[in-house]
Design a protein around this ligand. Structure first.
Ligand code: A2P
Length: 288
């Protein structure tokens, strides 16, 4: 089959983002992230997703530099952590991210969590975008309820909302809400975090056999055909390579419909749970 054109998605601010990004959450700094990012870049990824609270921005920056690939050919996402919310804090947090990455701009910068002085932090991101330090700005972990609470106060509509999303948790209500402003979903844990009951699901296994692909590739292809940006994570070089090799086949509409029916409406993380903002702030300290 011909290669199709789903590799890149246009955001609501006109910028382009590669549909498959390499996620580095939980991969340690000082080696493992460096190795994984270099492997990913060699495998053809041109989109890396990190965050201040992943503690591995410096490995990401070093790997990008050492890859020999021009900076402008690689799409870099990072995220502001809760400790740096508010207008002044966000300016400092962004400065720290740029310093650790060793870069003079970030392609996409997100408010990692929807708590605290979101509006103040967002204003600093808008200014940094106008100054060219960030190309696109977005949010993460916003449920429909949280989106409706914060976004109407913001001058610029976010380009993306990065949330947990996989065939068992398809975020249908959120996707419907974001559609009117053409806000793209970025799926984290797009493979259900390696959930065996998802990977070995008979519908997915049957499609894997039909297309000569593995379960992960079927899931990622489904999500990309649904219009999402996906951020699969792996430290296994074969899976890193395989997870971007999803552009040489296309799921049929009846197969898409079958996969849509796997939704249970439930995920691992509930951003609306009481005290979750305080818990995250207590557990992840980016300045200690
Ligand atoms: P590994 O690092 O050994 O590849 P998610 O991105 O949804 O959080 O899932 C990440 C988990 O899924 C990791 O444990 C990773 O393990 C595993 N994984 C990544 N790619 C695949 C794949 N194509 N098939 C099965 N498991 C995968």
């Amino acid at each position: 089959m011909e290669e199709n054109d789903m590799r890149t998605i246009t955001l609501n601010d006109g910028n382009q983002i590669p549909a498959v990004g390499f996620g580095v959450f939980l991969i340690p700094n000082d080696g493992p992230t460096y190795d994984a990012v270099l492997t990913a870049l060699k495998a053809g990824y041109r989109h890396i997703d990190t965050a201040a609270a992943y503690f591995n921005e410096s490995d990401v920056g070093q790997a990008v530099k050492d890859s020999g690939i021009p900076r402008e050919e690689i799409f870099i996402t990072s995220k502001l952590w809760l400790q740096d919310y508010g207008y002044e804090g966000a300016k400092r947090g962004l400065h720290d991210s740029l310093t650790k990455l060793g870069m003079d701009y970030i392609d996409l910068y997100l408010l990692h969590q929807p708590y605290g002085d979101v509006a103040g932090a967002w204003k600093a991101l808008e200014e940094a975008k106008a100054e060219g330090k960030i190309r696109s700005i977005g949010v993460s972990n916003m449920t429909p309820k949280i989106w409706k609470e914060f976004v109407p106060q913001l001058h610029t509509i976010p380009a993306v909302n990065q949330v947990e999303c996989n065939p068992f948790f398809q975020q249908k209500e959120l996707r419907e809400l974001l559609k009117k402003d053409d806000v793209k979903i970025e799926a984290y844990k797009p493979l259900g975090h390696g959930n065996e009951s998802l990977l070995s699901h008979p519908v997915i296994q049957r499609l894997a056999e039909k297309y000569g692909k593995n379960a992960g590739q079927i899931i990622l292809r489904f999500e990309v055909q649904e219009g999402m940006i996906v951020l699969p994570k792996s430290t296994n070089p074969d899976r890193i390579t395989g997870n971007i090799d999803i552009f040489d086949f296309e799921l049929e509409e009846s197969e898409m419909a079958e996969l849509r029916r796997l939704d249970t409406g439930k995920g691992d993380h509930d951003p609306e749970a009481p005290g979750v903002g305080e818990m995250l702030l207590a557990n992840y300290k980016v300045h200690d």
